[in-house]
Ligand binder design. Structure first.
Ligand code: GCB
Length: 630
């Protein structure tokens, strides 16, 4: 249920040199943003839900493809037992109320042993009490459901959504009733060659409802979107607020930041939008990893108000430097997946679980940066990064083998991008939006990714755009040379490359430090990935081979020595903080279904390489002047 705003541009793009397609250049926006949704009135529907698997999608279609029949509709709110007592010949082949119960949010991987590798449709259902009030609107918001979802309230379809990592909200004002309500969500983890990401990745799919479901109530006219940020000129604060509802136009509106003595009162325009620019007060403290200062911001419009905690900072590029608040910054980072510590994770990324991982980065590694790979992580993780002082790389799962020629695929990617940016553009920690990971160059791919880059620039002109690229490498007599020769670089602010010499490829580990890097782009580069696998506790000191801690440690020494020789390198997010589940990694001794490139094991045990990176970053903090707070 996505509303496409704006005009269809008249640009004609050539797809793959064959077909002509008209691409809408105005970004696809979700119908509702519901800024700071967690702070909204209503009910958190996290907790106990019943579930029923449906691998043949029997709840949706009969066996000849027609809509499902009465006895199959998992979304119908009836009590099957009572119905069959009343009509003894009625046949029901489900009973949601008597199905097993589980606690959401969580992927279904841990619901039962037989769910561990399940892919397909699962129905979830629960009831909640509501009281309908005149002049009040109601919504169901899902933080994330992987990969497609259908939401029903009291048996009626409220909406459908594609994309496993971004929030979606459906209005249910007309469907909700006073008393008991039934909400049923069908989540289908099945992906196709046209989905984003495609079925083949290097991580666990984690199908299911992995972030909170909320029942939200708002006044008839409410503040749907509010974006408050420091202008790139570093001297002004800019505000954009969008109201939704019958009284959105010409509505008195107020913004206050008490600590800064800011109290603005104006009116929305005819479209329900208020934009303002005003000088940043002298005493404004800039947000930075060293001083992650957040301000309480309140917006009031009619009967609605919205509270936010917002940090103010600038991020820009000058030549080969990345500037935070006008000063060069080196990104001392690491990558992470959304997977909690423990032997049996199921993507239950509570705040405590995220804090445990981010603390390892901030305090353990002396880091100031995290790459949240390979899809948008939960909003609470990004808010935590704001609070703890970690710069964030945020990305959408445009990964490996995307169908570059399919318009539906492009639409899906654009929708995910917009949902991600609109959710997180108030977070000072987010400095980089990434549009892709390791995508081979082709004409169709360049067009696809340039459309996404244009969208980013349209939705957010205060951050940098990047993508994790592949590079070419050769030895033409004077040593191994790696080149950043992807034509996409022209459109990016920061070049990012994934490089695995010494783990993949033919360069011997001992020679990795000699590799040279060439770029004539005059832009900053970061190593968005490099890494080697090691099983925690597996040692071979004399002749270390792959998967020993010693090999991984030497890999880090070699790669860091190489990094020291790259004149335009401005940061790194090695692969990866923690061992993570990946069905493609099946060495029976070293991997057992885990990608072992973590610097800590799945239970948090630090490997030798952890200390090498931590020491490298510590030295950097000791030698650099890091007081970018003004
Ligand atoms: C990559 C991918 C990442 C993989 C990693 C690996 O380049 O971007 O998703 O997990 O390599 O471990 O091979």
């Amino acid at each position: 249920m996505l509303k496409k705003l704006g005009l269809i541009a008249t640009c004609i793009f050539v797809y793959g040199g064959v077909s002509l397609a008209q691409v809408e250049i105005t970004p696809t926006r979700p119908e509702f943003v519901v800024a700071n949704a967690a702070s909204r009135d209503g009910q958190d529907l996290s907790g106990s839900w019943s579930y029923s698997i449906d691998p043949y999608r029997d709840g949706l279609y009969g066996f000849h493809g027609s809509p499902s029949g009465y006895g199959h509709q998992r979304f119908a709110p009836q009590d099957v037992d009572i119905a069959t007592r009343r009509a003894p010949s009625a046949l029901f082949e489900y009973d949601m109320a008597r199905s097993p119960r589980v606690t959401l949010p969580s992927s279904w991987t841990n619901h039962a042993p037989e769910m561990r590798h399940y892919e397909g449709l699962v129905w979830y259902s629960r009831t909640f009490e509501a009281k309908k009030k005149r002049g009040e609107r109601s919504f169901i918001r899902v933080g994330a459901a992987n990969y497609t979802a259908r939401v029903y309230l009291n048996g009626e379809l409220a909406g459908t959504h594609e994309g496993g990592f971004t929030p979606f909200t459906f209005e249910v004002t007309d469907l909700v009733k006073s008393g008991e309500n039934n909400v049923t969500i069908g989540v289908d983890s099945q992906r196709t060659d046209k989905s984003v990401p495609p079925p083949v990745t290097d991580w666990e799919t984690y199908g299911g409802i992995t972030r909170p479901v909320q029942f939200i109530t708002t006044p008839e006219t409410f503040i749907d979107d509010a974006w408050v940020r420091l202008d790139p000129d570093n001297r002004h604060i800019r505000v954009t607020v969008r109201l939704d509802g019958p009284k959105a136009a010409s509505q008195p509106i107020q913004l206050s930041i008490e600590e800064l003595g800011i109290d603005l009162r104006e009116e929305t325009n005819a479209d329900g939008i208020w934009t303002a620019v005003f000088p940043a007060p002298e005493r404004l403290v800039r947000w930075s990893p060293e001083n992650p200062k957040l301000y309480d911001v309140t917006i009031t419009a009619g009967e609605d108000d919205l509270a936010e905690r917002i940090g103010f900072r600038t991020i820009s590029v000058e030549g080969e430097d990345i500037l935070l608040n006008g000063k060069p910054v080196y990104l001392r980072g690491i990558s992470m997946h959304e997977e909690e510590l423990g032997r049996d994770p199921s993507r239950v990324m509570t705040e405590a679980a995220a804090r445990a991982l981010l603390t390892e980065i901030k305090d353990g590694l002396n880091g100031n940066f995290v790459r949240l790979a390979h899809y948008p992580h939960s909003e609470s993780t990004v808010r935590l990064a704001d609070e703890m002082g970690l710069l964030v790389w945020s990305e959408i799962p445009v990964y490996w083998r995307i169908d570059w020629e399919d318009e539906g695929t492009l639409d899906a990617a654009r929708a995910m991008l917009a949902e991600n940016i609109l959710r997180d553009r108030n977070r000072a920690s987010v400095i980089l939006w990434s549009v892709a990971n390791e995508t081979p160059v082709s004409e169709a791919r360049n067009i696809f990714l340039n459309t996404l880059i244009d969208d980013v620039r349209e939705l957010d002109d205060t951050r940098l755009v990047t993508a994790a690229l592949l590079t070419s490498q050769s030895d033409q007599g004077d040593g191994e040379v790696a080149r950043v020769d992807d034509p996409l670089v022209t459109s990016l602010d920061v070049m990012a490359v994934n490089t695995y010499n010494g783990w993949y490829g033919n360069v011997p580990l001992a020679e990795v430090h000699e590799i040279s890097w060439l770029s004539d782009h005059g832009k900053p580069m970061i190593f968005s990935e490099y890494g080697a696998g090691a099983q925690a506790g597996f040692h071979e000191v004399k002749n270390p081979r792959k998967f020993t801690e010693e090999y991984q440690a030497e890999y880090y020494r070699q790669t860091l020595a190489m990094a020291d020789r790259v004149p335009f390198l401005r940061g790194m997010s090695p692969w990866i903080l923690k061992d993570f589940r990946s069905p493609r990694r099946q060495h029976p001794i070293y991997q057992q279904g885990w990608n072992r490139k973590g610097l800590i094991s799945e239970t948090g045990e630090r490997k030798e390489a952890f200390d090498i990176l931590a020491a490298y970053y510590r030295t950097m903090t000791e030698t650099s002047d890091e007081t970018s707070t003004e």
